[in-house]
Design a protein around this ligand. Structure first.
Ligand code: F6R
Length: 353
């Protein structure tokens, strides 16, 4: 059943290329086939979710604001109920792999009561979320057994790319270019999976620590949060993610030999300032592991270890970097002998509030 893999988590990470293909073929022909009627008359999007799906929302907010020019907010589903009521012009997008997370379902019900339209992005056909929502889009990740979400998270990002490009008013040539790259993602991810030796080597070192800090900027911020969540969940190492600019405002106090830092470095307008953050971390004696483009030579001057991922348009770095960080969490947990597929105290779907 594990198809020759030692754990479901590793098997499921390896299914990612197929999952991207399946999700794309669901909603992408010559054109994006998503029916965007959920967006008619919408002035604002509010994303709601929990855990890993919440991180997908944070990333989705960047895509939507950047490329589709619609203002977007992200709320923990468990906190949504305490906030201002959405109006009839609000689209609430809930993201839930299982479609059964109690807090997310409750947020959806409340959103509907307050007059908002609700779109859910889920992996499970006929799940409760699909019955509450006005509109449904499916990720095609297939069943996910490992408690830690991996392939389903990447599938959520793929759906978010498609929604964004569908709603976007960028020039057609740019859209065509992005869709072309999106179709190449399965191959790109395969290359990361095929070159995991360096990740395994780094994991052996990280496994010796009890504290890790993850950093990134812009879309790399939520990528860092998700990388840290995956790490703490399966390896039990205390890992915290921060937008890199926040380090100075407190977490700097934790830096030093005992706290390695994992940085997501993207070749876009955040590149120089991230490099600077990496230098600052290095100067405080933390070991630095950087996820960076294959072609980036500069980073080697400052990083102790570099995890190379294929170069893509920066918006797709959320996929490439996240897959690398999932593998990093997996191998670190394996090195520590953890019960990877069923971490202590956790359930695959949280059906109580
Ligand atoms: C982390 C993880 C959880 C879930 C969260 C939401 O790896 O799996 O954080 O992401 O419980 O679950 P869904 O997406 O089913 O609503």
């Amino acid at each position: 059943e594990k198809g020759g893999y030692e754990h479901f988590m590793l098997k499921e990470i390896h299914e990612t290329p197929r999952v991207i293909e399946d999700t794309l073929s669901e909603y992408l022909d010559d054109e994006i086939t998503i029916d965007a009627s959920f967006a008619f008359g919408v002035s604002e999007i509010v994303f709601v979710a929990c855990g890993t799906s919440y991180h997908a929302c944070l990333i989705g907010k960047y895509f939507i604001e950047k490329l589709a020019d619609i203002s977007a907010k992200v709320e923990y589903a468990s906190e949504f109920i305490y906030h201002q009521p959405p109006t009839g012009r609000t689209l609430v997008i809930s993201i839930t792999q299982s479609g059964e997370t109690a807090d997310t379902l409750e947020a959806m019900r409340i959103a509907k009561k307050r007059g908002a339209k609700v779109l859910t992005i889920t992996n499970v056909l006929g799940s409760t979320a699909t019955r509450i929502a006005d509109f449904v889009l499916y990720t095609r990740a297939g069943p996910e057994i490992s408690v830690a979400a991996t392939k389903s998270f990447i599938a959520q990002l793929v759906v978010l790319y498609l929604i964004t490009l569908k709603l976007s008013h960028i020039p057609r040539s740019e859209k065509v270019e992005l869709l072309k790259e999106l179709r190449l993602l399965p191959e790109v991810v395969k290359r990361i999976l095929d070159s995991k030796e360096e990740i395994e080597r780094i994991s052996k070192l990280l496994a010796k620590y009890e504290n890790l800090i993850y950093i990134g900027r812009e879309v790399g911020g939520p990528v860092a949060l998700e990388g840290a969540l995956k790490m703490k969940e399966v390896s039990y190492i205390h890992a915290e993610g921060y937008p890199a600019g926040e380090l100075k405002h407190g977490p700097f106090a934790l830096l030093g030999e005992k706290t390695p830092v994992v940085a997501s470095l993207v070749r876009d307008h955040t590149y120089e300032i991230m490099l600077n953050n990496i230098k600052e971390v290095k100067a405080r004696d933390s070991i630095v592991v950087v996820v960076a483009d294959e072609e980036d030579k500069e980073v080697e001057k400052y990083a102790d270890f570099v995890i190379r991922v294929p170069k893509t348009n920066p918006i797709f770095s959320a996929v490439t970097h996240s897959v690398a960080l999932q593998l990093l969490a997996y191998y670190t947990a394996r090195e520590r002998g953890c019960e990877i597929d069923k971490p202590r105290n956790l359930a695959k779907s949280v059906t109580v509030e």
